[in-house]
Design a protein around this ligand. Structure first.
Ligand SMILES: [Zn+2]
Length: 494
């Protein structure tokens, strides 16, 4: 038996100006064969679980392509066609296929990226058993469900169960091949455009919705996933969906999916949240540092400029307002600014420099453009920003920040780099001799995924809604394709 296990992962922020070309599926383009196997077999990705299950099937396992890029603008036509073609060709040559996908990919020429690719795979190999492992931020379309055998999404956010998701998808496919399961899958959309901060699965309302899905599985359903959707994507299919797979009984799948959709809808107000003005959030942060009790810095989560949601990671808004309010002892970064890095590298360690940092990305989707900040400080450290994520989210991910510089302005110590990473691991500071626990405040470019690694070091965390293209102020974007009405944008019509 020939088993192909592939990866094509992209979460597309249709408002983001950050490019997504072939070489961005990297570093330096997608991986193939043995190199992909070495990278992902024992990683924290779903691919690891899929490969484990493929090996249990006892056949000849190969990896035609493994492509993943950071969330960014729609995938270029060239990259989409090349990666899709590779997977379609592999589908013709194998007996079983397993894919690690995101589920919220938009290509330059297709809004439903995964749906289109899967349609092509099905057209090439109509009877191919095909398992999908997906991110719970997927915007699921009926076309995705129609063109696979089984599909499973993460049950946790922060995503701590990626490997388990791959394992479950592979196991369900193995059961299907053994004739023990006849999967029938139903997709039900719930017209909610949820705030990502309200998708945390250990908190309400998600804890309740996830528990309803888990209860259905305990009650005999092979698989029920709640896909909260990725809201920063202007497509007709963006939003929350429930995908239920039953064993041969389509009516049961429909009933279960509808029941959970009804539950999510009844909790819709909790999926929305009003925004605390940035100034108020910073005042709360100041008050929190003064509180006795647990030690460590107060984390300022720069939620609107998270590169894992398509953010440019060069917004200086939160840092600037924190300094304006007189906050000191701030550690922040990395801020992506290759131009500033080049200037500081040229000046050298020990030099005092004055330069414009950050705020240089042009973002047409933002009504108020980002602005650079003029800073004077001492260049403290210059290094290559390479490390492997050891934290529990994206464990094993290889990070290359490029040349990275530490600038000390007194109240602020800023890490400036050539490339992006979400705050998943304190190594992004420790690598440059900076110990986050020695600071009063740490500004992190992240929404939620920083929590497992950084919260244990900290006194607390405050969400800071600064300027950025990953903002959860969803009413501020100019929506053109999104299916309306949808809550909360059309609150009075839904
Ligand atoms: Zn996700």
């Amino acid at each position: 038996m020939k088993i192909a296990v592939g990866m094509f992962k992209h979460e597309t922020n249709t408002f983001s100006p950050v490019r997504t070309a072939w070489e961005d599926f990297g570093p330096g383009g997608p991986l193939f064969g043995d190199e992909a196997y070495k990278t992902f077999r024992h990683s924290g990705y779903s691919m690891a679980g899929l490969l484990e299950q493929a090996e249990l099937l006892g056949g000849d396992v190969s990896i035609p392509i493994a492509a993943r890029a950071l969330p960014s603008a729609p995938v270029s036509r060239d990259a989409f066609e090349r990666i899709s073609d590779t997977l379609c060709e592999a589908a013709l040559r194998c007996d079983v296929m397993m894919l690690d996908l995101h589920g919220a990919m938009v290509a330059e020429h297709y809004d439903d990226g995964e749906g289109e690719m899967l349609r092509r795979i099905r057209a090439a190999a109509p009877n191919l058993p095909l398992a999908l492992a997906l991110d719970s931020h997927a915007n699921i379309t009926p076309r995705i469900a129609r063109n696979c055998t089984v599909m499973v999404g993460y049950r946790t956010y922060p995503h701590l169960d990626m490997v388990e998701t791959g394992r479950m998808a592979g196991r369900l496919l193995r059961e299907t091949l053994a004739g023990k399961l006849k999967p029938v899958t139903v997709v039900r959309r719930c017209p909610i455009l949820a705030n990502m901060l309200r998708m945390v699965t250990s908190e309400q309302p998600m804890a309740q919705v996830i528990e309803a899905a888990a209860a259905a599985e305990r009650d005999g359903m092979p698989c029920v996933t709640v896909f909260t959707g990725f809201p920063l994507s202007d497509t007709a299919d963006t939003g929350l969906t429930v995908v239920a797979t039953a064993d041969g009984d389509i009516a049961r799948a429909e009933e279960v999916a509808q029941k959970i959709v009804d539950l999510a809808w009844s909790l819709r107000e909790q999926f929305n949240s009003d925004f605390e003005p940035l100034g108020d959030a910073l005042k709360r942060a100041k008050a929190l540092t003064a509180q006795s009790g647990s030690e460590g810095p107060v984390l300022l989560a720069d939620i609107s400029d998270n590169c894992h949601s398509g953010g440019t990671q060069d917004s200086m808004d939160v840092i600037e307002k924190a300094l304006d309010q007189g906050l000191t002892g701030i550690l922040a970064g990395p801020i992506v600014d290759p131009e500033a890095v080049a200037k500081m590298v040229e000046a050298g360690v020990g030099a005092t420099v004055t330069l414009a940092v950050g705020g240089k990305s042009a973002i047409p989707a933002l009504r108020t453009p980002l602005r650079p900040m003029r800073l004077t400080g001492v260049v403290k450290h210059i290094a290559e920003g390479r490390f492997t994520v050891e934290g529990p989210v994206f464990t094993g991910m290889k990070v290359n920040l490029g040349r990275t510089v530490v600038l000390d302005t007194g109240p602020l110590v800023l890490v400036v780099s050539e490339d992006r990473v979400e705050a998943l691991d304190p190594q992004q500071f420790r690598l440059f001799g900076l110990e986050p626990t020695r600071f009063r405040y740490v500004v992190l470019k992240s929404k939620v995924q920083y929590r497992p690694s950084f919260l244990p070091l900290a006194k607390g965390a405050i969400d800071c809604n600064g300027a950025g293209v990953a903002s959860m102020d969803l009413a501020a974007f100019d929506w053109k394709k999104l299916a309306r009405p949808i809550f909360p944008l059309d609150r009075s019509n839904t």
